[in-house]
Write a protein that binds this ligand. Structure first.
Ligand code: UDX
Length: 459
């Protein structure tokens, strides 16, 4: 059986990107052996168990089909490096929290350690693929590290950025809008890049696999996220204007979205964007621009993040002002804590800022979420006056207000008459995602506040 595998692929980093991506490659390419390793042994144990460390619709089924067949989770990184000819690097590159560029630049320490480990362990040629998001020109540094040893084996560095979104990762992997593969434009570089093209060509239509020079590929990832986030910040900025002018942000978004040059996606006004990528990647881009002396360009992109902070702040201030300028002693239920629906991930979730602000105003908080309570508890460790409740009906009972943070479908199907009856009056609802039927809620008796719309208030 061992010799039946035609390629031996390794992924270093068993997180949100590495796990699902390798599961899909293994699933679509039964003749490749795919191994995922991580320095975190507990995480590997979870991947080998029934309780996967990542919640992603459809992931469990695929893991069930391929684990132990041609997908393996391992902890012996050195041995796995030796055995593989193609190595994906999907370690995390969080925002630096210390030294030069703190709060903006990418922290490349895990990434660099990984490069050194590959160099030390490798005893045959490897293609090394940057999967994690890194600043443009990182491949150059990677090449230098890999080739800095006398008589070392040869390495080709490829950039293949990940565009999957959480919650839809399996669909994004199976039917990607595009797969981008960048390399050095030398004969060797192009040969290495073709090897990676061959992997994806097992299931992705050839016209969706695009090849480019390596710097374009690295930069495209940052720019793609910056453009997406910019659309949200643009519509969120407009939502503030709508509230002043009695325009309705959803009507405005619809009118804009029907322009085929723009399209309808990423125009949902919200309490703000979250997730592990947008803020980090934009700040990374801002830092890059500044380091090349492009301060106007840096300011431009930085404003996308500033509007996002403003939007979260505006949401809390709107709650405060609607509830007679005091939240002290009141009880508020947060519906949803994840940064978006269909994930338990809470990284950069706007709900965290809202939760902390509410507690600072000395209100009691009840948090409910179908997937993210464990992460919420960790994020808010040490903060008093918060309870966690999986059942939204129980969470809302006895509260003065509900603030909807995450667009979980289940929140649109609840019995709001029952909820209203169980709440303190006057009862308020703040829909941070514009997903609830506001007219109906108003009829039930709620005072309804949405993003970018005139509030519906009794009295
Ligand atoms: C994003 C990119 O989409 C993906 O391509 C990249 O690889 C990683 O970053 P992700 O962070 O999983 O993926 O989430 P995404 O679906 O893009 O949403 C990001 C945030 O924007 C969420 O908080 C979401 O709720 C918010 N959002 C999205 C809005 O507020 N309005 C919208 O119209 C769309």
């Amino acid at each position: 059986m061992k010799n039946a595998f035609v390629k031996n692929i390794l992924c270093i980093g068993a997180g949100y990107v590495g796990g699902p991506t390798m599961a899909m490659i293994a699933y679509k390419c039964p003749r490749y052996k795919v191994t995922v390793v991580d320095i975190n042994h507990e995480r590997i144990a979870q991947w080998n168990s029934d309780r996967l460390p990542v919640y992603e619709p459809g992931l469990g089924e695929i893991i069930g089909a391929v684990r132990g067949r041609n997908l393996f989770f391992d902890t012996d990184i050195d041995r796995c490096i030796k055995e593989a000819s193609i190595i994906f690097v999907a370690v995390n590159t969080p925002t630096k929290v210390f030294g030069a560029g703190a709060g903006m630049a990418a922290d490349l320490q895990y990434w660099e350690k990984t490069a050194r480990q590959i160099r030390e362990a490798a005893d045959s040629p490897k293609i090394v693929i940057e999967k994690c998001t890194i600043p443009v020109k990182t491949a150059l540094a990677m090449e230098r590290i890999l080739t800095s040893q006398e008589g070392s084996v040869s390495f080709d560095v490829i950039s293949n950025p990940e565009f999957l979104a959480e919650g839809t990762a399996m669909r994004d992997l199976e039917f990607p809008d595009r797969v981008l593969i960048g390399s050095r434009e030398t004969d060797r570089g192009i040969r290495a890049r073709r090897e990676i093209v061959d992997i994806y060509a097992n299931w992705v239509p050839r016209e969706r696999i695009i090849e480019s020079n390596i710097w374009s590929s690295e930069l495209s990832k940052l720019v793609a996220n910056a453009f997406l986030a910019q659309r949200i910040s643009s519509i969120n900025a407009v939502s503030a204007l709508c509230e002043k002018t009695d325009a309705d942000v959803q009507e405005v978004a619809r009118a804009i979205g029907l322009d085929s040059r723009l399209g309808s996606k990423f125009l949902n006004a919200s309490v703000g964007f979250g997730g592990s990528c947008f803020k980090k990647d934009i700040l990374n881009l801002v830092y890059l621009c500044r380091s090349y002396g492009l301060s106007e360009v840096a300011d431009y992109w930085e404003s996308v993040v500033k509007i996002n902070e403003y939007q979260k702040d505006r949401f809390v201030l709107a709650m405060l002002s609607a509830m007679f300028n005091t939240l002290a002693g009141k009880k508020i239920a947060l519906f949803g804590f994840a940064f978006k629906a269909d994930t338990g991930d809470t990284r950069e979730t706007p709900a965290l800022y809202v939760a902390k602000s509410i507690v600072e105003e000395r209100a009691g908080l009840v948090i409910t979420d179908p997937q993210a309570l464990r992460n919420a508890m960790a994020d808010l460790e040490g903060v008093d006056n918060i309870t966690y409740e999986i059942d939204p009906y129980k969470a809302a009972a006895g509260c003065d207000a509900i603030a909807l943070m995450t667009e979980w479908k289940l929140y649109t199907g609840l019995d709001y008459e029952r909820i209203y009856a169980s709440m303190t009056k006057p009862a308020f609802i703040f829909d941070g995602r514009n997903i609830l039927d506001r007219t109906r809620l108003f009829e039930i008796g709620f005072n309804v506040f949405s993003i970018g719309k005139t509030p519906l208030v009794h009295v």
